[in-house]
Each structure stands twice: as structure tokens, then as C-alpha cells.
Write a protein that binds this ligand. Structure first.
Ligand code: C2E
Ligand code: CA
Ligand code: CA
Length: 666
């Protein structure tokens, strides 16, 4: 039915159709008339109307009914007159009627669709007559504002009143532009009759008369609320951190770049703080991720409460936050950093547990106008690293020197990873003497590294290796090298003496350290009594953990020496509890004891203690004859530039042979 379009034909037309058909049957059968002009005219009009309302098919159907009746009656009443030529004009007329009717129907449908478009819910066309200053809107207007047509009729200014107060100026400005003949497209907020704030887009085109004067403005408004809301949601996802609700790193980055431009223009100071929270990972690991999340939320809240309203805080990632402070001087920035450190030190309560998570803050300032957001954030990040290195829970400003230092450190770290496989490591030997007899009593192995960056001092690369754990393979390499050299010394006929290898605390604490030492010594087939391991006093900070390992080492048969003795924290308490083979007194004692009697007395006392507990006492850093004379006590050992600097193995072997000769003559 729908396809045929018969349902679109008005009832009246059906009635007229049926009446005409009945009338024609009646006329044809009762009083045959010569001319059927009127009858056919009416029929043609009817077919046209059917086609107009119902389309091609309706017209055709009606056409066929009429022709069928005409032929049927004709066959009964005047069969002789019914010829094709006779019927031609009528049939032709009917076909033209169908064509015209169908065309008319198409136009009618198009128009209907257009009207519907005008009546669309969220679109309204409007016209502004500049002569009368009157606005006319199409149907959709009522739907957009959620009112009935009556309301609009009663209050033609409704659209103006519904505009959000903050956007009114913009709309009025657009009107001025339209009056001046410019097309405008604006988006503004308005209030729906239910009080909801919505977004409208308004596109207007001015119409001019022959003289070029604007007489009318035509426009279309449409409610774009759902589109704006979708965009806002996207923005939220792109620019906000879903956990803390703070803006995220992308947003901060963009904002900072804009802020930098205006700061440059008005010579304003701008500081970026990179804040990392110190034991966040531990909270996550021990209390679980949800506790970690709660902690982050609380951290974010607290940070916001410390900052001023205009300051900005964003979450960079994990436990890293970024703060942007504008228009404050250095002193104020420093005050703020202090304030943050202090307030962030207060404990957080998570699931009834008190947690402390202290901040390490790096601060960069837009002193260099060239810096963009990325550089400034990176600098703050660098400074944050320094804050961490300086014991955490503090703040540091970025400076170029620091930058160079950090860069070098990063490069060294990369090279260090390849140091072993690139054969860049070597060892030097520094002899140890019996001070009284001048007889060689041992040697210390000291690691050397030469890479693309040149010769790097151990004081620089050892801490890096300790930090990233490379000290473990590197330390094993040194031990193995020392073992091989012990065999070499023997083979080359040197007097036997123990070789001292420096061991980092991190190595000593490694779970399989004892096994590794044992394996290496066994593999290299060295008598463990020729190996002494030098452990720094700091290891004894972890006394409880280190104690067993030290005992185990002594059980392996290797000697244990306490390096840098006297400058650490707990020297005496340690030797009280663990038997040690050797005490190595830090060279600062010797340096100061010639100038300072107190230090000298202390040094003498330490030497006495060592002797009393049957430990070999070695003095480090002997540089002068004067020092030797002061120390000429029996049973004391020394090491230092006075005898020899650390030297490569070939030189060392030669040196040993010479000194053996000297000792003989001594
Ligand atoms: P350390 O264990 O205290 O080693 C002694 C340092 O003092 C050596 O510096 C040595 O060259 C230097 N020295 C020796 N005699 C004198 C002297 O008379 N005057 C002065 N001013 N200095 C003297 P070096 O070789 O630069 O090593 C520095 C530190 O690097 C070592 O201090 C040690 O802690 C560490 N280190 C060196 N090699 C290794 C290693 O294989 N493993 C580990 N873990 N650390 C090592
Ligand atoms: Ca040492
Ligand atoms: Ca030392």
C-alpha cells in the first residue's frame, strides 16, 4: 500500500472518483450519448489528481480502472464504435494527466521534506529585518528553547534573554558585524526553559539590496550541546588525569608554552617544580595498588591546598607532579618549596595506616628566554634528581653546572654497561709495606677505566656502578683479575703476599656473594689466604645483615679488612663484635696528625687498639718521610705515594723485585 501510494490520496478524492465512475456507468448504460467530452475531461482531471497525491502507481491504477470500465461498457453497448483510433485521444489525455500528476507529486513531496527540515527539532532559521528590527524564527525555535509557540508569541525577546550573560557581548558583537555586511559564525551558551545550560551555534548571512545596503540578515541556529559535551569529554580524557582529577602532562605542557610566551612579553618569572614522592613505590608494593592510588589522591589534594589558586598543579606520571608558579620572585619560590617540603612531610592516613611520603623537588626558572616547556620541565627533572642525590626530602634549583654533571653521569652510565665487553677495564697495584722493615707485605688492587670519554677516576664511576648494580659484575671481574695476577706473581718468582680487593657494600649484600667469591677463587685455583677483601665501614651500617657474610668470608679463608677506618660512624662497636683481619686507617688521620696533637693521639690510640685485638694495622696515604718517622713503630704497615703510586702490573712486578733488593740491604 505504501509503495503504491494509494493511502496518500485524500478521502474526498476517493469519494469523487467513485461517484464519477458510478455516474459514467449510469450514463453509458442508460442513455448512450455521442460526445463524451465532459466525461473525459473530468476523468483526466481525476487521474491527474490521483497521480499528484498518490504518485505514478496510483495514477496508473485509476487510469486502468477507468479504461477497463470504458472498454467493458463500450463492448456491451456499441461494440462497432470501439476502435483504437477512436480511443486514442482519450488514452493520450490520460497518460499526459498521469505524467503531470506524478511530476506535481514529486515537487509536493520535496516541498514537504523541506518544510520538515525547517521544523527540525534542533534547527531554526531566522530572519532579521533591519528596517523593522524584527526577528522571525522557523518552527524549530520553540523546540530549541523548550517552549511552546504561544510563549514565543508573547515574548519575542525570549532568545535574547536566554543567552548566557557571559556570552551576551559576543552575540551583540556578531550582530554589529552582520549589520556591517559580514557573515558570522558564533557559538554561545543559552539557557533552556528547564534551566539547563546548552550550546548554540549561530551562522548568519547578511542580505544586501541593489545599493549594497544590508536590509536583512538570514541565519540558522542549532543546538550543538551534545556535540560540545562529547568534545568536553574528549578534552577531559586528553587533558585530565582520571585518578586525581588534576590536569595531566599534555595539558601542562601546552599551558606552559603559552604561559612562557606571555612571561617573556611581560618579563615575568615563571617556575616549574618537578616533585617526586620518595617512597611511593614501597607503598604500592607493600600495601597494594589501591592504597597507592589513595595516597596519590591525598597527595594531590594536599598539594592543591598548599598552592595559591592561580598556581597550577598537574600529574606528570606515577608519583611525579608538576607545579607551575607564575609571577613570584626567587625568594618567594624558595619559600613555597620549603612550605611544600614541610607540609608534605605530615603523615597520610590510608586504611587506618599512617604513611609518610616525602617529596624531592627540582625547580627550574625561565631565566633563559629560549627555553620552551619541554626544556624547562627537563631542567626541573634534572634538579629533582639532584634533590634525590642530596638525600631526598628537599628541593634543588636547576643550574647549568648541575646539567653538565648530570649529562656526564648519564653518558658514563651508558658507557659503563659496555666497559667489560669492550675491554676498557684494567687494574693497578699499590704495594703495602711493613713500615719498620720496608718489606712488602701486600698490595691493593685498584680498578682503572678508560673509555671514549678518557680516563675516568674510580671515585666518579664506582658510585655510578654501585647505583645501577653494575658493581656486581665489575667487582667479580676485579676479583678474578686479582686471582689471576696472584698466580702470575708466584710464577714470576715474587715473594708471596696477600692482594687486597675493594668490595662495595652492595656486593657484600648481594644474596649469592659468598658463593660467587668461593667459585671464583676455586676456579682460579688460588689459596684464599692470599686474598683480602676490603670492606668499607659503611657496610657496618647494615651490621646485622653484613655480619653473617663477613663471618662466612672468614670461614672461606679470605682475609677481611676494614677500609677507611675511623671516619665512619660506628668504628669501635663494630670491631667489638666481629673479628677482623686488618684495620686500614683512613688517610685523613695521617694528614692531620702532624698539624694537630689531638688527632695524633687518636691515631696512636687506634694503632694500639688494633694491636691489642691482634689485627694487622695499615696506615693509608703515606706521602712523606716525616710521616714515616712519626710512625716508625714496630708491627705497623703502610701504603702511600711515598712508597709507590698505584701502577700497572708490569711496573709493579719490576718495582717489587727492586724493593726486595732494597729490603735485603735495609
Ligand atoms: P680506597 O679504597 O680508599 O683506595 C685508596 C685510594 O687512595 C686510591 O685511589 C689510591 O690511589 C689513593 N692513594 C693511595 N696512596 C695515596 C697517597 O699517598 N695519597 C693520596 N692522596 N692518595 C693515595 P683510587 O685508585 O682513585 O681509588 C679511589 C677509590 O675507588 C678507592 O678508595 C675505592 O674506594 C674505590 N675503588 C677503587 N677500585 C675499586 C674496586 O675494584 N672496587 C671497588 N668497589 N671500589 C674501588
Ligand atoms: Ca681500599
Ligand atoms: Ca681507603
Amino acid at each position: 500500500m505504501t509503495k503504491l501510494g494509494l493511502n496518500k490520496i485524500p478521502l474526498l478524492l476517493w469519494v469523487i472518483g467513485v461517484l464519477i465512475i458510478s455516474a459514467s456507468i449510469y450514463i453509458e448504460t442508460s442513455t448512450p450519448i455521442e460526445t463524451m467530452g465532459l466525461y473525459w475531461t473530468v476523468n483526466i482531471i481525476l487521474v491527474a489528481l490521483f497521480s499528484y497525491f498518490g504518485g505514478l502507481f496510483s495514477g496508473l491504477i485509476f487510469f486502468m480502472i477507468l479504461s477497463g470500465i470504458y472498454m467493458f461498457i463500450g463492448l456491451i453497448t456499441t461494440p462497432n464504435e470501439l476502435t483504437l483510433t477512436n480511443s486514442m485521444p482519450q488514452v493520450f489525455g490520460l497518460l499526459i494527466a498521469i505524467t503531470l500528476g506524478t511530476l506535481g507529486s514529486k515537487i509536493r513531496i520535496n516541498e514537504m521534506q523541506l518544510t520538515k527540515l525547517f521544523e527540525n527539532n534542533d534547527i531554526s532559521f531566522w530572519t532579521w529585518d533591519l528596517d523593522t528590527n524584527e526577528y522571525t524564527f522557523s518552527e524549530g525555535y520553540a523546540a530549541i528553547y523548550g517552549v511552546s509557540s504561544d510563549v514565543i508569541h508573547d515574548n519575542p525577546e525570549l532568545w535574547r534573554e536566554a543567552i548566557h550573560p557571559e556570552d551576551k557581548a559576543m552575540v551583540m558583537d556578531a550582530h554589529e558585524q552582520q549589520k556591517a555586511g559580514k557573515k558570522t559564525t558564533i557559538t554561545y551558551r543559552f539557557f533552556h526553559s528547564n534551566g539547563e545550560m546548552r550550546w548554540m551555534q549561530d551562522r548568519a548571512t547578511p542580505q544586501k539590496d541593489k545599493n549594497g545596503n544590508v536590509t536583512r540578515v538570514d541565519g540558522v541556529i542549532y543546538d550543538i550541546t551534545s556535540q560540545v559535551k562529547a568534545e568536553q569529554k574528549m578534552n577531559q580524557l586528553i587533558h585530565y588525569d582520571s585518578l586525581t582529577g588534576l590536569t595531566n602532562k599534555n595539558w601542562f605542557h601546552n599551558y606552559l608554552n603559552t604561559a612562557l610566551i606571555s612571561a617573556r612579553k611581560y618579563s615575568r618569572t615563571l617556575a616549574v617544580m618537578f616533585i617526586d614522592f620518595d617512597n611511593f613505590k614501597r607503598v604500592n608494593d607493600t600495601l597494594g595498588h589501591s592504597a597507592g592510588d589513595q595516597l596519590l589522591i591525598q597527595i594531590a589534594e594536599r598539594l592543591k591546598s598548599i598552592l595559591f589558586e592561580n598556581d597550577i598543579v598537574s600529574r606528570q606520571s606515577g608519583d611525579e607532579f608538576l607545579v607551575l608558579v607564575e609571577g613570584r620572585n626567587l625568594e618567594e619560590i624558595e619559600e613555597l618549596a620549603k612550605d611544600i617540603v614541610e607540609k608534605m612531610n605530615a603523615p597520610y592516613k590510608i586504611d587506618g595506616t599512617e604513611i609518610i611520603s616525602t617529596p624531592s623537588i627540582g625547580i627550574s626558572i625561565n631565566l633563559d628566554w629560549e627555553d620552551d616547556a619541554e626544556v624547562l620541565i627537563k631542567k626541573a627533572d634534572f634538579a629533582m634528581f639532584l634533590a634525590k642525590e642530596n638525600g631526598k626530602n628537599n628541593f634543588q634549583f636547576y643550574n647549568d653546572e648541575l646539567n653538565q654533571k648530570m649529562k656526564r653521569k648519564m653518558i658514563l652510565e651508558t658507557y659503563l654497561h659496555k666497559a667489560i665487553e669492550n675491554n676498557e677495564l684494567s687494574v693497578h697495584y699499590q704495594p703495602q709495606f711493613d713500615i719498620a722493615t720496608f718489606r712488602i707485605s701486600g698490595a691493593e688492587v685498584l680498578l682503572r677505566w678508560e673509555c671514549e670519554m678518557g680516563r675516568i677516576p674510580p671515585d666518579e664511576f664506582i658510585p655510578i656502578a654501585e647505583e645501577n648494580g653494575l658493581i656486581i659484575p665489575i667487582g667479580e671481574w676485579v676479583l678474578r683479575q686479582a686471582c689471576r695476577d696472584i698466580k702470575r706473581f708466584k710464577k714470576n718468582g715474587l715473594d708471596s703476599f696477600p692482594v687486597s680487593v675493594n668490595i662495595s657494600t652492595r656486593q657484600l649484600m648481594a644474596p649469592n656473594f659468598i658463593d660467587r667469591v668461593q667459585t671464583i677463587i676455586q676456579e682460579e685455583q688460588v689459596d684464599p689466604k692470599y686474598v683480602t677483601l676490603e670492606i668499607t665501614e659503611s657496610a657496618f651500617l647494615y651490621y646485622e645483615d653484613a655480619k653473617d657474610n663477613i663471618l662466612a668470608l672468614r670461614n672461606l679463608g679470605v682475609g677481611v679488612s676494614l677500609d677507611d677506618f675511623g671516619i665512619g660512624y660506628s668504628s669501635l662497636s663494630m670491631i667489638r663484635n666481629i673479628e677482623i683481619d686488618e684495620l686500614k686507617i683512613d688517610r685523613s688521620f695521617l694528614n692531620d696528625s702532624l698539624k694537630n696533637d689531638r688527632v695524633r693521639s687518636l691515631l696512636e690510640a687506634i694503632i694500639q687498639i688494633g694491636k691489642k685485638i691482634n689485627t694487622k694495622v695499615v696506615i693509608e696515604g703515606i706521602e712523606t718521610k716525616e710521616q714515616i718517622e712519626m710512625l716508625s713503630v714496630h708491627n705497623l704497615f703502610g701504603q702511600g705515594y711515598y712508597y709507590s703510586k698505584p701502577i700497572p702490573i708490569d711496573e709493579f712486578e719490576k718495582w717489587c723485585k727492586n724493593s726486595a733488593e732494597k729490603a735485603k740491604s735495609f
